[in-house]
Design a protein around this ligand. Structure first.
Ligand SMILES: Cc1ncc(C[n+]2csc(CCOP(=O)(O)OP(=O)(O)O)c2C)c(N)n1
Ligand SMILES: [Mg+2]
Length: 822
């Protein structure tokens, strides 16, 4: 417990100096003769072979891109190809010692890493295991192609399988590793330990940390390697990933076998450029990238620069660093110095670097240099090396012909099955737990102090006499979320939760009070203030097979996790061809009282992103049932919670919130009050002003409003809403989001299309103002009030006899506000 880790002024105020140790730079100095003790002839030749395969693969793509032809085979590839010609030694050295249990993540320039890791896996797996993998992958579709008419060994078939799977993926063919939905920059193949590569620079910087957490928390074998570029050192997710992965608590607070650092290597493939920006000398200030490690922790992340033009130096570094990880002293930072002789992409005219520089690196070409070493040391004859190069050309021609043949390698037929990609956006599974073992907890559920205290709470807001229950006795919305969460912790051994103030504080808004007593550190922990990495690590954890709840303390801070929420979390299920699941629930608290940067409702932003489920309960009954469903599912769910509602009791479900487990399916709106004259559809906390408005409409004007609580934004079943509109002929929609571009507009549009004939008036949206959110004392001028709803009914839907509007809803005012952009 941090309470047991006292920080006394006498210690931290005393004068001292921070000492930095030495960071090795290119210190590998073994001769090839010395290395004969570590490698047999077969090993040396294998290293050469793997580098040649990568070179030929990339050369083939380069020729296809620049000349539309390779060895007489014509093809046009319009998509991306960020090639790694020059970086082969770094890739092969990185992968050489890794097992299939060791996972690699990558970047936009990872073809070489995929092939190196794949060839390493083929080398390590026995033939039966290898055949099983190929046979089971998408029903053996790719295997059938490469096996046909081929008489070589299983290992040779596997080499063809690897090259074909990768190339077919790059060319967007259905037999590709990810059904052609990942493509060049995202391709991966998990059975060989190849995890997603990423088109967003630095995207793997925090996702890979989540994978390492998955291994640690679930005691899985293996390490994780995050292969990213030197320029990604300028990216937020990378810094946040480093912060997250080096937290003291792994070594100070995590207990028993969980104690110790993460099994993770940040391997910067340092080719000295980020597109045209020179990271050494222009766009960064680190000089030598490995320096960064010195500032991170006392271990200096065991940082080191290694010569990535020598495969043996890289292998040596990975062997040493892997030992550090197995001693639980990770993570490690490696600065693997390399150079891409090819351009950033084939269209790159290299206007930012001199011919002399490229020539100087070309002269040191790692494949030629390594070949010379092998022949010089009498390890291989030059004829053998030539044969390897020739064979690489032949195999590449063969694979290319297979991959571009539309009959053998078709694309997904979206003409015939127009919804096929749609079906892959979500995995839509219902799983109690992601793995079968006993969950680690610190006490029986019944003994938990919060669970015990909830037994004495009133689960409906009024008692038997109809009197409102006191706040102290009331079962609140936060209790509903807590019950769903703790229940899942006792069901699913992989479930872990993290975010800011998740542990001793009891969750920022007391939702998690009671969890600290129940759970060991490795299942519930405080994160750094790294919203990007809070979500990014959850993504990595989820895609490896664990269930996770990540928390964003205020909706406004979603901006800090923009890449993770917009580009990563929603994409990987479909981009994998539905191979991976993403059981990640991101709890997002929507604030109030704290002004412009702490009270925004951004549900519309996330609902706009394909691939996310979006939930916004407004009652304790719904909060518990929807959280249960979110946690039972295998899809990413953004779960909004209004801070204005955490204290609220159940007012609609008359039998109160059940103690038992129940699920409310995501996507089903709920009629909170029936009515005949007008439908009011609400999202989130606006349910309550809508109820108040409905009371006034009924009592003063005899108009009965049917109130429907959306509960979920995505998915959404419009049928109950359309049915209601058929009855009432009128609909008003309201939520706390600023009205311009809010999700309500999307709903209004869809309802107009689906129920135009039933509508007596256009759907009317009542949202918040398009302003900054002012101080609490002025909030009533910002968020929709019941008066605003009645004004809108009067002005735009049904004139109310004798009513005088309090706000200006005239067309003129609307035009003016739009003209002004407010
Ligand atoms: C967030 C983001 N910004 C910019 C880009 C455009 N871009 C693609 S690659 C690249 C350079 C990356 O350099 P580095 O990380 O060193 O990798 P390298 O290309 O050298 O392998 C840039 C700027 C991007 N894909 N993602
Ligand atoms: Mg670079």
């Amino acid at each position: 417990m941090p309470k047991g880790q006292n920080i006394y002024p006498i210690e931290v105020r005393k004068p001292q100096f921070i000492e930095f140790g030495k960071i090795p730079v290119n210190q590998y100095a073994k001769s090839i003769d010395e290395e004969k003790n570590n490698f047999g002839t077969g090993d040396f030749v294998r290293i050469y072979h793997d580098m040649v395969i990568i070179r030929e693969f990339e050369t083939m793509l380069n020729l296809i891109k620049t000349t539309n032809e390779y060895k007489g085979v014509p093809y046009n590839h319009p998509g991306p190809a960020h090639l790694s010609i020059g970086q082969e030694a770094s890739a092969v050295g990185m992968a050489y010692n890794l097992d299939t249990d060791d996972f690699i993540f990558g970047s936009h320039r990872s073809h070489g890493e995929i092939l190196a890791k794949g060839l390493s896996a083929i080398h390590k797996l026995d033939e039966d295991a290898l055949y099983e993998v190929m046979k089971n992958y998408f029903g053996g579709a790719a295997l059938k192609v490469v096996e046909k008419g081929f008489t070589g060994s299983v290992k040779e078939v596997a080499k063809h399988f690897l090259l074909y799977g990768a190339l077919a993926e790059i060319f967007a063919r259905e037999n590709g590793f990810n059904k052609g939905l990942g493509g060049s920059m995202h391709a991966f193949f998990t059975p060989f330990g190849i995890y997603p590569n990423n088109a967003i620079v630095g995207g793997s910087g925090d996702i890979s940390v989540g994978a390492a957490l998955y291994k640690k928390i679930n005691r899985k074998p293996g390490i994780v390697v995050c292969n990213i570029g030197d320029a990604s050192m300028g990216c937020g997710p990378v810094w946040e990933g480093i912060a997250f992965s080096t937290m003291d608590q792994y070594k100070t607070l995590w207990k028993g076998e969980y104690k110790g650092g993460l099994p993770l290597i940040f391997n910067f493939m340092n080719n000295l450029y980020g597109m045209g920006g020179q990271t050494m000398g222009e766009t960064m200030g680190y000089g030598i990238l490995a320096r960064i490690g010195a500032g991170v922790n006392p271990e200096m992340m065991h940082a080191e620069r290694v010569d990535g033009y020598n495969p043996l130096a890289v292998i040596d570094a990975f062997r040493r660093k892997k030992e550090i990880l197995l001693e639980k002293d990770g993570p490690v930072l490696l600065d693997t110095l390399t150079y891409r002789i090819s351009g950033h992409s084939p269209s790159d005219a290299s206007s930012y670097r001199s011919k002399e520089e490229v020539e100087a690196w070309r002269k040191e070409d790692s494949i030629i240099a390594f070949g010379d070493k092998l022949t010089g040391a009498g390890i291989a004859e030059s004829g053998l090396l030539e044969q390897i190069r020739d064979e690489a050309g032949e195999i590449m021609t063969h694979i290319l012909k297979l991959a571009i043949n539309d009959t053998v390698s078709p694309r997904l037929d979206l003409q015939k099955n127009p919804d096929e990609i749609g079906r892959m956006m979500f995995s839509n599974r219902s799983l109690d737990k992601m793995e079968n073992r006993t969950p680690e907890v610190l006490m029986p559920l019944e003994e938990n102090p919060r669970v015990k205290s909830l037994k004495n709470k009133e689960r409906f807001y009024k008692d038997k006499e109809g009197k409102p229950v006191s706040k102290a006795k009331l079962y609140q919305l936060r209790d509903g979320i807590f019950e769903a969460v703790i229940d899942r912790f006792y069901k699913d051994p992989t479930l872990a939760a993290w975010g800011e103030e998740n542990r001793d504080w009891g969750g920022a808004f007391a939702v998690y009070r009671g969890l600290t007593e129940a759970l060991p550190y490795h299942r519930l922990f405080n994160s750094p203030i790294s919203e990007g990495a809070i979500v990014g690590t959850a993504i990595g954890y989820g895609m490896c097979g664990g269930r996770v709840i990540a928390e964003i303390m205020y909706c406004d801070f979603l901006g800090r996790s923009g890449d993770e929420v917009f580009n990563q979390l929603p994409k990987w299920q479909a981009m994998s061809g539905n191979i991976i699941k993403m059981p990640v629930v991101v709890r997002v608290s929507v604030g109030s009282k704290y002004g412009a940067q702490h009270s925004q409702d951004w549900s519309s932003l996330v609902a706009h992103i394909p691939g996310l489920k979006v939930v916004f309960p407004a009652t304790p009954y719904d909060a518990k049932g929807l959280m249960n469903s979110a946690l039972q599912g295998t899809d990413p769910v953004i779960f909004f919670e209004s801070q204005r509602l955490y204290d609220i009791g159940e007012m609609f479900h008359v039998s109160g919130v059940p103690e038992e487990y129940y699920e409310i399916p995501l996507g089903e709106p709920d009629i909170k009050r029936p009515g005949d004259d007008l439908t009011i559809l609400t999202i989130g906390a606006t349910l309550y002003p809508a109820i108040k408005a409905a009371d006034i409409l009924r009592n003063d004007y005899g108009i009965t409003a049917e109130i429907i609580d959306a509960r979920t934004l995505v998915p959404f079943n419009y049928e109950p809403v359309i049915e209601s509109v058929r009855k009432t002929g009128r609909i008003l929609l309201s939520s706390d989001a600023s009205s311009r571009g809010s999700f309500l507009k999307e709903m209004a549009q869809t309802i107009t299309e689906l129920a135009f004939d039933s509508l007596d008036a256009p759907p009317v949206v009542v949202g918040s103002r398009n302003w900054i959110i002012p101080a609490h004392e002025m909030e009533n001028y910002f968020f929709p009030q019941s008066d605003w709803i009645i004004d809108a009914v009067h002005e735009k839907i049904i004139p109310l006899k004798g009513y005088v509007s309090k706000t200006d809803l005239s067309a003129g005012n609307s035009l003016k506000l739009n003209r002004e952009g407010v």
